[in-house]
Design a protein around this ligand. Structure first.
Ligand SMILES: Cc1cc2nc3c(=O)[nH]c(=O)nc-3n(C[C@H](O)[C@H](O)[C@H](O)COP(=O)(O)OP(=O)(O)OC[C@H]3O[C@@H](n4cnc5c(N)ncnc54)[C@H](O)[C@@H]3O)c2cc1C
Length: 387
């Protein structure tokens, strides 16, 4: 890497947060370098479910990397259908993260971003506006640094930001079958399975030639996760698989502490690095993309009018996400901490909850509105009396 080149912004991490931030800045003529420690395209354990609200954050068409559009949501308890609902518009676009992330990086590069993969972030020195970013391939100069380096962000630490979050533990396997009819059977629908793991759920997401299956738990610990995954396959009668590639675990940060700060005059952090994901579902890509959009506006302002304004980012991102996620946290607490109660709740309110949840992931209502609508005592009584 050329030490003599000065970048306006160096972004560490080329997941959705980093690549989309790079794209958004480069669209305004900002000189950006994105580095990632992995060789791209790279596998990332992820359901690859892009909700309608995530899709609407992107200003370009991504259909070439969408493997399936799902219109039907199925909710099950121990593989018994609680209810099913088909919507007029797709709820989720299914992607494989290696292709999707590579596609976003190429979009960024097409706008002038320099991308360097296989490059690890090492350390940060200098002053706001004149930073030295040490990487495994040399040191570069930048005016601003952005950490999009996921959970346990090294850039957050280098900026002196202490990010308090809880973590969910999740595993994901790409499951292949000889019998292509079996995959066809799952096309167009998402399956959320409750009662298959404590404090969480299992999912089956259809892809072009296989099923992405996984388990997530808010407890942050997955004991005997391979055995747990096998029993999930058995329960779903999907144990006739031909191959699983790869079965990997990963952490999902959530419940970002309300005292967290996400920026200093030197730089900011976005995506999983900031700990914003949906505590009900583990959805993180929407928050990564929306956070990147807000970050790009703040960075553009600061490149023009001074770096002290960078700290505005913390307030803006909290305003965008925190209030709503506090409601979502309460819902996730009710759903996952009291499994017996939550089955009754799902049986009684599953359909109402599903309809409302789809409105949330479509970006048509907030968790605050869902909470008030569904858990409002008058509403609860009216639903009970209708039954
Ligand atoms: C099993 C599982 C299933 C999930 N399913 C979904 C889903 O269906 N839908 C959804 O919306 N969300 C899902 N999520 C959450 C989603 O994957 C994340 O929220 C999302 O990837 C966050 O994007 P990001 O760009 O912030 O970070 P990441 O995608 O994690 O990207 C961070 C990048 O930074 C790089 N990096 C890290 N450290 C360094 C370093 N020191 N130097 C250089 N590069 C570095 C990494 O290599 C990586 O490429 C799931 C998560 C898991 C674990």
């Amino acid at each position: 890497m050329e030490k003599s080149v000065k970048y306006d912004v160096v972004i560490v991490g080329a997941g959705p947060a980093g690549a989309f931030l790079g794209y958004s800045l480069a669209c305004h003529g900002v000189k950006v370098l994105i580095i990632d420690r992995k060789i791209f395209p790279r596998y990332k354990p992820c359901g690859g479910g892009l909700t309608r609200r995530a899709l609407s954050e992107l200003p370009f068409d991504i259909s070439q990397v969408v493997e399936d559009y799902t219109f039907t949501a199925n909710m099950l308890f121990q593989n018994k259908l609680l209810f099913t609902r088909t919507f007029d518009q797709p709820i989720i676009g299914m992607v494989m993260r290696d292709r999707f992330d590579q596609f976003l990086v190429e979009k960024a590069v097409s706008k002038g971003v320099v991308f360097q993969d296989d490059t690890d972030f090492k350390s940060l020195s200098g002053n706001p506006g004149d930073l030295w970013v040490e990487t495994s391939r040399g040191t570069v100069n930048a005016r601003v640094i952005a950490g999009a380096d996921g959970v346990n962000s090294q850039v957050a630490k280098a900026l002196g930001l202490v990010i308090g979050t809880h973590v969910m533990a999740a595993i994901e396997g790409e499951v292949y079958f000889q019998d292509s009819d079996l995959i066809e059977k799952y096309k167009g629908a998402v399956h959320f399975d409750f009662g298959v793991i404590s404090e969480g759920y299992g999912w089956v997401f259809p892809k072009k030639d296989h099923l992405s299956m996984g388990l997530v738990t808010l407890s942050g610990r997955l004991k005997n996760w391979r055995a747990g995954f096998e029993s999930y396959l058995n329960l779903k009668q999907l144990n006739t698989y031909a191959d699983i590639k790869p079965l990997k675990g990963h952490l999902v940060p959530f419940r970002s502490n309300k005292r967290n700060l996400f920026a200093t005059p030197g730089g900011l952090i976005v995506g999983d690095a900031s700990g914003f994901t949906d505590p009900l579902t583990g959805e993180g890509i929407f928050y990564a993309l929306k956070g990147a959009h807000i970050a790009s506006c703040v960075i553009l302002d600061c490149l023009e009018s001074g770096y002290d304004g960078m700290t505005e980012f913390s307030a803006l991102i909290k305003k965008a996400f925190l209030g709503d996620l506090i409601r979502a946290n309460r819902l996730s607490f009710l759903l996952y901490k009291f499994p017996r109660v939550s089955v009754s709740v799902l049986k009684a309110f599953g359909e109402v909850l599903c309809e409302n949840q789809v409105e949330v992931i479509a970006g048509e209502q907030t968790y605050g509105e869902l909470y008030n609508k569904v858990f409002n005592p008058l509403k609860v009584l009216s639903i009970m009396f209708k039954r």
